[in-house]
Design a protein around this ligand. Structure first.
Ligand SMILES: N[C@@H](CCC(=O)N[C@@H](CS)C(=O)NCC(=O)O)C(=O)O
Length: 206
């Protein structure tokens, strides 16, 4: 299998962190240069019609895009350790937390970067300062909310690492581009980020 990714790209990092936490070996990682448009070539578009990464090439003519879908596939092929739940309730509960994280924290952080940073203009052709600011405000409000949730739980979805932690880490670390990181104003989120930094996921380069 080949996984197409790019340095500093948060959605592919969600998958490479998932691979690291599972201890999967043997997936070839191919890094594309997004600034040079390597993801917009006809050959790549044939695998990823929206010209997006991550893209997983299964090597038999089948491909997958969408970071969560790729993680679902890998969870099925490499079930241990489970990162998406062990039974029906856990799977639903982790999905609930993962969707909360993705839609309400990581996505706003990414939109803040895409619309707010001059360097991202190469990818975000319609940069809009108002969009950047409104996503910034949403992300900061939700960082406080997740901070409160983490007051009495070790990980985002409870007492075990799950994909929700990786989704959060991908978004939070991407915001370092704007020099934001959890600090003493969100002490539980900071404790969680420090703890994640010591794990295999935290060692994966941004
Ligand atoms: N929902 C998709 C989002 C994928 C995505 O936006 N990937 C970015 C990199 S993090 C990308 O390919 N950007 C290329 C571009 O904007 O031209 C997922 O979770 O995989």
């Amino acid at each position: 299998m080949k996984l197409y990714t790019a340095p500093y790209a948060p959605n592919p990092r969600r998958v490479t962190m998932f691979i690291a936490e599972k201890g999967i070996s043997g997936i070839e990682v191919i890094s594309l240069n997004l600034a040079e448009g390597e993801h917009r070539t006809p050959a790549f578009k044939a695998m990823s019609p929206l010209s997006q990464i991550p893209t997983l090439d299964l090597g038999d003519g089948r491909t997958l895009t969408e970071s969560r879908a790729i993680c679902t596939y890998l969870e099925g092929v490499y079930p241990d350790p489970p990162l998406m739940g062990r039974d029906a309730f856990e799977r639903a509960e982790i999905e609930m937390w993962d969707r909360r994280v993705e839609l309400m924290l990581s996505m706003p952080l990414m939109m803040w970067m895409r619309h707010g940073l001059p360097v991202m203009a190469r990818l975000e052709k319609n940069q809009n300062a108002g969009v950047a600011e409104s996503n910034h405000q949403t992300a900061m409000r939700m960082a406080k909310w997740f901070d409160a949730q983490l007051a009495d739980r070790e990980f985002i979805a409870g007492d075990r690492l799950s994909i929700a932690d990786l989704t959060a880490l991908a978004g939070i670390d991407f915001a370092r581009m704007a020099k934001w990181r959890p600090d003493e104003t969100t002490p539980h989120l900071k404790r969680w980020r420090d703890m994640m930094g010591e794990r295999p996921a935290g060692k994966i380069a941004p």
